[in-house]
Design a protein around this ligand. Structure first.
Ligand SMILES: C[C@@](CO)(OP(=O)(O)O)[C@H](O)COP(=O)(O)OP(=O)(O)OC[C@H]1O[C@@H](n2ccc(N)nc2=O)[C@H](O)[C@@H]1O
Ligand SMILES: Nc1ncnc2c1ncn2[C@@H]1O[C@H](COP(=O)(O)OP(=O)(O)O)[C@@H](O)[C@H]1O
Length: 297
């Protein structure tokens, strides 16, 4: 018997970042949108915890106890006083270290899969608390859809989305480390007053209306200057997507994946084709959002 869970990637349509907190984290106003690129996590009974991974980026995924799926199985097993004896296989389609929360997706997926396989019966609220222990983005991977994350991004308020948005994602040839991007944000912010992060009502209204034109002018990412400072070639990808007719172009979270909002499916396909031919990026994908969070298949 085995259980498979499908979990989406995310893009941040607003990422407002506050000053560094004493614990090193940053308060955020993080407006997440789950998009249709998915990892699948399959949990099968085994003698001991084992992780395997398949997919184009599989060689960049750790297979030891640091894998977020392994950590998820361990925290759930500890909470219920049992051994994390499970084989977790990750079918990985979400780019690794891309700013699309692939590791977080696997953490949330492994929690849901093990909870079902072991019959531990953790409630959604218990699962969300375990997700927050694993990482700031993990609770959102569980719920999906659209949500505002405050605190370090783990305190979620679900948001209404009035329709589907069409995105194009361009993956760079290498990853960026999230802590390194936050450190660069701190370095660039030195000597400046950093305001408290707050959700932008124009972003929330554009999401609720399902209006890509309105969302395109409202999106912001406070980590973008830091990501561009560490990875200057991203500017060429952003420029290529804008020139191809995207409504807007931005870095996804801490990057280096870049995200392009299109007016409809046909326009997204066109932007994707031009980006593929531009030679500025490694891989290009299209995806719609919002989509549901971690789901047993
Ligand atoms: C930036 C965002 C935007 O959604 O995601 P990515 O774009 O990397 O996927 C998130 O805030 C990333 O969340 P996640 O990847 O879960 O981060 P965590 O494991 O909790 O933290 C990793 C490190 O990032 C920094 N960090 C993370 C979240 C936060 N609110 N403030 C921080 O300063 C800290 O240095 C921390 O040690
Ligand atoms: N299941 C996992 N999938 C991908 N990366 C993982 C996983 N577990 C741990 N990691 C580590 O987390 C780092 C960040 O990966 P990822 O979550 O894909 O990116 P991001 O935080 O930019 O969204 C990787 O470089 C890898 O070392």
């Amino acid at each position: 018997m085995s259980v498979t869970v499908r979990v989406p990637a995310k893009v941040n349509v607003q990422l407002a970042v506050g000053a560094a907190r004493p614990d090193g984290y940053h308060d955020l106003a993080n407006v997440f949108l789950a998009v249709g690129l998915h990892d699948e996590i399959t949990a099968t009974p085994a003698d001991a915890l084992r992780i395997t991974c398949a997919g184009p980026d599989a060689d960049r995924v750790p297979l030891d106890g640091t894998n977020l799926a392994a950590r998820a199985a361990t925290v759930l097993a500890e909470a219920y006083g049992r051994e994390p004896a499970v084989h977790l296989h990750i079918d990985k389609d979400i780019p690794v270290a891309g700013g699309m929360a692939g590791g977080s997706a696997d953490g949330a997926g492994a929690l849901v899969a093990c909870n079902a396989l072991w019959g531990t019966g953790a409630s959604r609220d218990e699962l969300l608390a375990l997700c927050a222990e694993l990482g700031s983005d993990v609770p959102f991977s569980l719920i999906g859809g659209a949500a505002l994350g405050t605190g370090r991004g783990e305190k979620l308020t679900e948001l209404e989305a009035g329709g589907g948005f069409h995105w194009v994602f361009a993956m760079a040839g290498r990853g960026l480390s999230t802590p390194a991007v936050f450190r660069e944000f701190d370095r660039l912010a030195e000597g400046r007053d950093i305001p408290e992060p707050v959700a932008d009502q124009t972003v929330l209204d554009a999401l609720a209306a399902g209006d890509p034109g309105a969302l395109a002018v409202a999106v912001t990412n406070d980590l973008q200057p830091a990501a561009l400072s560490l990875f200057p070639e991203l500017s060429d990808i952003l420029a290529a997507g804008r020139a191809a007719g995207a409504l807007t172009a931005l870095v996804s979270g801490s990057g280096p994946t870049t995200a392009f909002l299109a007016s409809d499916e046909a326009s997204a396909a066109e932007v994707a084709a031009v980006l593929r031919a531009s030679g500025t990026c490694a891989t290009v994908r299209t995806a719609q959002g919002p989509v549901p969070g971690a789901t047993v298949v």
